[in-house]
Design a protein. Structure first.
Length: 529
């Protein structure tokens, strides 16, 4: 202890005298906080849903870059070689360096929380639990940083190794991109990364029920942090001339990586991959089946088509005749033919032509009004199965057994109560009325708001309650074939529904509106489940 405190104080003094270190340590967390606020500015409560991500990014940055860069640069300058001559144990020197980095991370975390509260976020629900969770997250990631410092022979190597861990953790590790937005394969990969457990533990203390519901996440962080610290200590190097490739003890790296593998295997065995609906509901205090009810027709497809970006709706749904065949003039049967009377062609049809201009008929000889559409004509023109999957990033729809957290459930219920009186949803023109209501589903999708997966069900309920089924089928088909028709003034009247103003990219809004329309059309026709 006699050598620990002086070394700790010395490390902190050197840090605060380094302008670049201060820039990286505190300016970047501030920028991240403001960037998240801008990105999620339409949340009803600013930033409260994203503090787990924000604080994890800060700790991860300090672990992947801050701690190992400091240690490796000091090793290159011979500082650690001189430390070796001091009458202080190796453990004391390393511990003081790691604890100093932890204190710096705590300062950055307090700064982020204070800034978030200044932007409108309330005080975290469980402040003491938040400190405990933050400490365990720091322990897990600083152990990782210690391993990086022992692997890297120089500072550029630290940057390369750090990026190899930092970026995948952000993108597919459940840190910057929420697990519910990741494809299934990425959710399985994220189970092996500590980032998702860090977000879960911290977020539960900010807006959830506290650490009591995050036992597995805490265990994962302790195991990964312990393995990393042990491996880093066993591979410790005093001198820059001691190259990693020529050093003994490289097998300890297996211990650090083995902890990640062990945690991932346990998550797979316990069914903790992704965000299971049952555990989400329980942790949020929502009784199963009590919130956000859905019409029976709204279900996630069992075998969804491949996920992808949001191409023009016409390239996903428009049917085309086989190559070399002429386009026959439509000869629809009488109106009211049952949906199952015509079966869509098997196999993926080729991409169709660009979407028709606003107000143009579906084809040169097609019906001039939605009222003239028949089911057979609609099925022949539109392949309702060529849409992004409900579980994907574009136009997502929550599964029947997927439940929102408390705050999202409250927002959904407020929207459900407000929709019947929403003026754009009561306009006289039924086509424009349907467009306006579909805008409500598309807007949270574009902004990637937490409620995005649950809004479509509310909109579908309202559409089916307001428009007769036969008319709704025809109107949805008309919108799919004429995505640029009508007006988009309703996007400036979304505040009564808790959505703020609509997105600036009206073209993307219309495209996703049409996709949501096709998804409902497929359900009404019995082609989607």
């Amino acid at each position: 202890m006699r050598g620990f405190l002086p070394q700790l104080g010395n490390t902190l003094r050197l840090h605060f005298r380094n302008k670049m270190a201060l820039l990286y340590s505190y300016l970047f967390p501030t920028i991240f906080t403001i960037a998240f606020w801008v990105l999620y500015r339409y949340d009803q409560v600013p930033l409260v849903r994203h503090m787990g991500e924000l604080l994890t990014v800060s700790v991860l940055g300090g672990a992947c870059f801050g701690l190992p860069t400091t240690m490796v640069s000091e090793r290159e300058r011979g500082v650690w070689r001189r430390y070796r001559l001091a009458p202080v144990s190796t453990g004391t020197l390393v511990a003081s360096t790691v604890i100093a980095r932890y204190l710096l991370l705590v300062i950055a975390g307090v700064l982020q929380v204070a800034l978030a509260m200044g932007l409108g976020m309330p005080l975290p629900k469980h402040p003491i639990d938040l400190w405990v969770a933050f400490t365990l997250v720091a322990f897990a990631f600083l152990g990782l940083g210690l391993v990086i410092a022992m692997l890297a022979d120089n500072v550029p190597a630290v940057q390369a190794l750090g990026q190899c861990i930092f970026l995948p953790m952000l993108i597919i590790g459940g840190v910057a991109v929420q697990l519910t937005s990741l494809p299934p394969w990425a959710q399985h990969v994220a189970a092996f990364f500590p980032g998702r457990y860090a977000v879960e533990a911290i977020q539960s203390t900010v807006s959830g029920v506290g650490l009591g519901a995050t036992g597995f996440a805490l265990l994962a962080l302790v195991l990964i942090g312990g393995a990393g610290s042990l491996a880093g200590a066993k591979m410790f190097r005093w001198d820059a001339q001691q190259r990693f490739a020529t050093r003994a003890g490289k097998g300890w790296l297996v211990v650090a990586l083995g902890a990640w593998v062990a945690v991932g295997v346990m998550a797979e065995m316990r069914g903790r991959v992704g965000t299971p609906a049952a555990s989400t509901s329980a942790s949020a205090g929502i009784p199963a089946g009590s919130e956000v009810t859905r019409p029976a027709a709204v279900r996630t497809p069992a075998t969804p088509p491949a996920d992808g970006p949001s191409p023009p709706i016409s390239t996903m749904t428009r049917r085309e005749p086989p190559t070399g065949a002429s386009q026959p003039a439509p000869n629809p049967p009488a109106a009211g033919a049952p949906p199952s009377s015509t079966t869509p062609a098997s196999g993926p049809p080729p991409a169709g032509p660009p979407a028709p201009a606003a107000g143009a008929p579906a084809s040169p000889s097609g019906p001039a009004s939605w009222k003239e559409f028949t089911v057979a004509y609609i099925v022949g023109e539109i392949d309702v199965t060529r849409v992004p999957p409900d579980s994907g990033v574009v136009t997502p729809i929550a599964a029947d057994d997927e439940m929102p957290d408390d705050d999202t459930a409250a927002e959904i219920e407020d929207m459900r109560a407000a929709l019947p009186d929403w003026k754009p949803g009561k306009v006289e023109d039924p086509v424009q009325r349907v467009r306006n209501l579909l805008y409500v589903a598309a807007t949270p999708d574009i902004f990637q708001m937490p409620m995005e997966r649950f809004v479509a069900a509310v909109v579908y309920e309202r559409l089916q309650a307001d428009i007769p089924k036969d008319d709704l089928i025809k109107i949805l088909a008309w919108i799919a074939l004429h995505p640029e028709g009508g007006t988009d003034s309703a996007v400036d009247e979304l505040r009564p529904l808790g959505l703020g103003n609509g997105p600036g990219d009206v073209g993307e809004l219309r495209n996703r509106t049409a996709i949501y329309g096709v998804k409902l059309l497929g359900r009404l026709l019995g082609k989607l489940k």
